[in-house]
Design a protein around this ligand. Structure first.
Ligand SMILES: [Zn+2]
Length: 381
């Protein structure tokens, strides 16, 4: 007899993590929404979870909704998973008539959409309210507990990346954290700050409270003084010639949209001289594509480029890449898939010297093959 466990197509850890995060760590089953994670009594940095990354089409024969024509990759893909509490994971595996593939997919979509809506509007009845990033490895849903000129405090809910242990490590090894990674970003504020000292993490009855000592706001440039660049066509990136036949330049507020597009189109790892510079759009796109979380993660990263100064070790210059953006209101993806390596995005930003500015831009998004090829190029930093 065939052992069902020998050929299971299980989910990888990152897929399990992403499924849980996309569901706000709640069971996706209609009407359940049970929270599947919380602080553990075992210790201040321990969490307990009762959630299961269940297969929509079973991972092995002899189980419900098994599709013999699906490949290993299809069965272990995030699109074949649904985050459930242990009770509902058991229930759907008993009854594949009521819980068909179609009905499970619909449940998952409804729940993920509800989570994303709750995050956007900051609903207090929802367990998730906004995203906060502490350095690149920790992203957590949180509510604002206090904003002072020298410290930001948050009540943490659920981790999309990292966990309380990772925060403890960040605190314990703060002096050796890369300077450019010492930051805190808050989606609700549309703003971020450099973290000036080791944060503190306290556990109370219903969760964790994180307090970050922060620097004063980094000075922004007036849009009229951001310099100039070559004028390029939004669609083709071709250069223009001016009336005299020279390559056309734009400056100030006319250059600004192009500057935003340049910053947002540079993926982290693409520059051979500044390895740490650039957006994490590509990384997020790989893990969260098709999920309502993607817009919120993109927004966090635009906030980072607007508020956290980068030190150019070649020129010694200190600047925030989006030099004159003082606040990020919204970052909205207008398509799930790039076309010809371009992804349409609508942005609403506060700009020093312009006020509130809104625009659709098509930003560059490389394919996985292109990023792998870039990673193999020689480095100069
Ligand atoms: Zn449930």
């Amino acid at each position: 007899m065939k052992n069902a466990n020998s050929n299971r197509d299980d989910f990888s850890r990152p897929v399990i993590r992403a499924l849980a995060a996309r569901a706000g760590w709640q069971c996706c089953f209609d009407g359940c929404s049970k929270l599947t994670v919380g602080p553990s009594e075992e210790g201040p940095d321990k969490i307990t979870t009762i959630g299961i990354a269940a297969h929509i089409c079973a991972a092995s024969p002899n189980f419900r909704r098994y599709d013999p024509n699906a490949t290993h990759d299809q069965r272990s893909d995030i699109s074949n998973g649904i985050w459930l509490c242990s009770d509902h994971a058991t229930l759907i595996d008993r009854d594949d008539v009521t819980y068909s593939e179609t009905s499970l997919r619909a449940m998952k979509r409804r729940h993920e959409e509800a989570c994303a809506r709750a995050v956007r509007v900051g609903s207090s009845s929802a367990p998730v309210s906004g995203l906060v990033a502490l350095g690149p490895a920790i992203i957590v849903t949180a509510t604002i507990a206090g904003i002072e000129s020298d410290a930001w405090t948050f009540k943490l809910s659920h981790f999309l990346a990292g966990d309380p242990h990772e925060i403890a490590t960040f605190i314990g090894s703060f002096s050796s954290v890369q300077p450019y990674d010492k930051y805190v970003l808050c989606n609700e504020l549309g703003d971020g700050r450099a973290v000036t000292g080791a944060p503190s993490l306290k556990k109370d009855d219903d969760g964790y409270v994180l307090r970050c000592p922060v620097s004063p706001i980094f000075p922004r440039t007036d849009v009229r003084r951001i310099g100039s660049g070559l004028a390029t066509n939004d669609e083709s990136n071709d250069l223009f010639l001016d009336a005299k036949g020279d390559i056309a330049c734009v400056s100030g507020s006319e250059y600004f949209p192009q500057r935003v597009k340049e910053v947002l189109s540079m993926q982290r790892g693409e520059s051979p001289f500044h390895r740490g510079f650039g957006m994490r759009f590509f990384e997020y796109f790989q893990s969260y594509s098709g999920s309502p979380w993607l817009d919120l993660l993109f927004k966090l990263d635009v906030i980072r480029q607007a508020s956290i100064p980068y030190e150019d070790t070649v020129t010694g210059r200190h600047y925030t890449p989006l030099q004159c953006v003082t606040r990020v209101h919204t970052v909205e993806l207008l398509s799930d898939q790039p076309s010809a390596n371009r992804l349409p995005v609508r942005l609403r930003l506060d700009v020093n010297g312009l006020g509130t500015w809104e625009r659709e831009l098509r930003i560059y998004m490389p394919t996985a093959e292109q990023m792998a090829e870039i990673a193999n190029r020689p480095r100069f930093d």
